[in-house]
Design a protein around this ligand. Structure first.
Ligand SMILES: [Ca+2]
Length: 663
């Protein structure tokens, strides 16, 4: 668990020291008008009624001052503040920084706190021991956020039986709120995510619903310190984008258990459905015992039922405007593009609500964007521009974030209409060491398909399984891991004829090696040798080298040419003239003996030749052991390589081929 100095007051590895926090926090209401009707002496311990402060709750009167006065009195006295049935209009947000405040309504169907003017959020909560219960908060398209819980910490803080709706951005923004509980809350019809959860270390989010929001149902991410949370028995339905996104977490895991995710990616107006039901671009996420369904009509949406993704994290500075989810951004210098997958939520600290002193340093850190479908390579220092939003910012740093160490197991997956095929679990290249267990089709039989390319260390249904063209060369692999041969076929062995090169060993006194171009030197040398005691030393530039004509080579004949190069200076390469065309081998600049090979078929025309030339400027190289043999046939193996199995775990471990014998 990573630590920052700012964080220690709230939760140091769950060992809570309350004193520093108490010292930091002054009990106060940060905003609001002057107190209305003075409260009765609260010392008798009975609950306070917001009406006794002048609140009308008739949905017409401005109750701002009365509500603020009631909250202030409740904080001061420690008594519970009751909101009876009614709609309470407020024109200024309730900013609470305190320990111990209980506000109780008459139920979300009966008690509504409604924004009656533009405001940053309806309710800001910071501290411990706060219980907010049985209320509805109506953003009325005027409040940016509904509830913003910033460092609302401890198990004795609870948000429960709340309904937040119609905000301009995220409904419920849980921000660095650690080891606290939110349960039985509904976030609906908001302009952003239903729940945006950032840095909520050890917080338990249970029995919450997110419905018909324009963003995602639940979005879990971090801005600085990380901290996973528990999402238990929650529900995401009819949201415009993903049902659940976990993006760029580090440290403690995110556990998602028994979640109901159904029919997100809802409005067709959003265009092509590129959103997944569940998208994970993060490490250490467990998704289990969930029920995930997707819409069944065409075009297929969402894209994948569970997508373990690889994304690019960009930290930006000097931001102007707000980037939008789903828009394309372009780098000014690189021309690279990407689609915005996550925009770090702005905690909207400012003049009215300054950043609390202990958090100033790290809240001033660069803001984060996550990008998917990146094409090209963004450069740090360039300007990033949003196509739709027209926002722009300076790229400060770049990083690749891929799903890693995630567990996806025992989920039920279905199309909404129950028709096959059931969507797949998808793993992007670059995702490593994930465990994809058994996920079941809700309708029909069998397991949900897993689509992956090559993810070292990933375990699919009890085995490490990948597909490629050879045994792995990188990654950690456990014994028993299996790699399928991408194109299983019997291997062929070329049958080679007699070498047609004269003096390929460079040991003879007279040599058929002729000048190619005008090398400054072309002679037998003892300075270097691959075999025997001599090699051919060539010094030249601008393509100069040596060659040998193959005068007896019949048109149509295929040859395999091989030689050894030691390049003391510059660069050189094999050349072949097949009778019509000059062909080049791969360039070599290594001052050690390197084998080079080429294959070619002779074409009727001039006399074919093979040779070696310098590439570019001054070059000095040695040539030895040149062999050119005709391919006279192919011996097909009777064995087909099905794949490779790891017989000793390691990096990458010991792998042997698995064959079948052809009849
Ligand atoms: Ca030699």
């Amino acid at each position: 668990m990573r630590q920052t100095p700012d964080w220690n007051a709230a939760s140091r590895g769950r060992l809570v020291s309350r004193m520093p926090l108490l010292a930091i926090l002054a009990t106060s209401i940060c905003a609001g008008g002057p107190p209305g009707v003075a409260a009765a002496d609260p010392d008798d311990g009975r609950p306070l009624d917001v009406r006794s402060f002048g609140a009308r709750g008739d949905g017409m009167a401005d109750d701002t001052a009365a509500v603020h006065a009631g909250v202030a009195a409740a904080i001061k006295s420690g008594r519970t503040l009751l909101f009876p049935r009614g709609t309470f209009l407020i024109k200024a947000p309730i900013h609470v920084t305190t320990h111990g405040l209980k506000i109780v309504g008459a139920g979300a169907q009966h008690t509504v706190l409604k924004a009656a003017a533009d405001m940053d959020r309806l309710l800001y909560l910071r501290g411990t021991g706060m219980v907010i219960s049985r209320l509805a908060l109506d953003g009325n398209k005027k409040a940016t956020y509904g509830i913003h819980a910033f460092h609302l910490n401890e198990q004795d803080s609870r948000l429960e039986f709340l309904r937040v709706r119609r905000t301009r951005s995220h409904g419920i923004f849980l921000d660095h709120s650690q080891v606290f509980e939110i349960s039985n809350c509904i976030s609906a019809e908001n302009g952003g995510d239903g729940f945006y959860i950032s840095d909520c270390n050890g917080t338990r989010i249970s029995c919450c619903r997110s419905i018909a929001n324009l963003g995602r149902g639940f979005c879990v991410t971090r801005t600085d310190l990380s901290g996973g949370c528990w999402l238990l028995d929650c529900d995401a339905e009819l949201n415009a984008r993903e049902g659940l996104v976990v993006s760029d977490m580090a440290g403690t895991p995110v556990v998602v258990e028994r979640m109901w995710i159904e029919t997100n990616n809802k409005p067709v107006s959003l265009g092509p459905h590129i959103y997944d039901a569940v998208r994970i671009a993060s490490r250490s996420v467990m998704i289990t015992r969930c029920r995930i369904s997707t819409r069944g009509t065409k075009p297929v949406r969402p894209k994948f039922v569970i997508h373990l993704a690889s994304e690019t994290r960009i930290e930006v500075q000097q931001k102007t405007g707000e980037f939008e989810l789903g828009e394309t951004v372009t780098g000014s210098e690189s021309g690279a593009t990407g689609v915005v997958s996550l925009v770090q939520a702005d905690p909207l600290f400012g003049k009215e609500l300054p950043i609390p002193a202990p958090y100033r340093a790290w809240l001033a850190r660069p803001k984060k964007l996550m990008l998917r479908e990146v094409s090209g390579v963004f450069k740090s220092g360039e300007t990033l521009s949003g196509k739709t939003s027209k926002a722009h910012a300076l790229v400060r740093s770049l990083a690749r974030v891929s799903a890693k160490n995630c567990v996806i197991s025992d989920n039920w997956v279905a199309r909404e209409d129950g028709r096959a095929p059931v969507d797949r679990v998808k793993l992007d290249p670059g995702c490593r060491s994930n465990h994809i267990g058994r996920n079941y089709r809700m309708f029909g039989t069998g397991l949900v398909d897993v689509e992956y390319t090559d993810d070292p260390g990933t375990v699919v249904d009890g085995r490490s399984v990948t597909t490629s063209d050879g045994p792995p060369k990188v990654g950690r692999w456990s014994r028993g891991a299996f790699r399928f041969n991408r194109s299983p076929s019997s291997s062929g062995t070329a049958l080679l004829g007699k070498d047609v090169i004269k003096n390929g060993s460079m040991e003879q006194a007279t040599s058929p090696w002729k000048k190619y171009g005008t090398p400054r030197l072309n002679e037998k040398s003892r300075e270097q040798a691959h075999g025997g005691r001599h090699a051919l030393k060539v010094v030249g530039s601008g393509g100069a080298g040596v060659r040998q004509y193959l005068r007896q080579a019949p048109p149509g004949q295929t040859y395999r040419l091989s030689g050894w190069l030691f390049v003391a200076k510059g660069t050189s390469r094999l050349i072949v003239n097949d009778g019509k065309t000059l062909k080049y081998g791969t360039t070599v600049s290594a001052s050690r003996w390197t084998q080079v090979t080429m294959s070619f078929s002779v074409v009727a025309g001039s006399t074919p030749f093979v040779g070696v030339q310098s590439v570019g400027g001054d070059s000095q190289f040695f040539l030895d052991d040149v062999v050119c043999r005709p391919i006279e046939g192919t011996r097909r193996s009777t064995r087909i390589v099905l794949g490779w199995v790891c017989i000793a775990g390691g990096s990458p471990g010991t792998w042997i081929p698995v064959h079948v014998q052809r009849e």
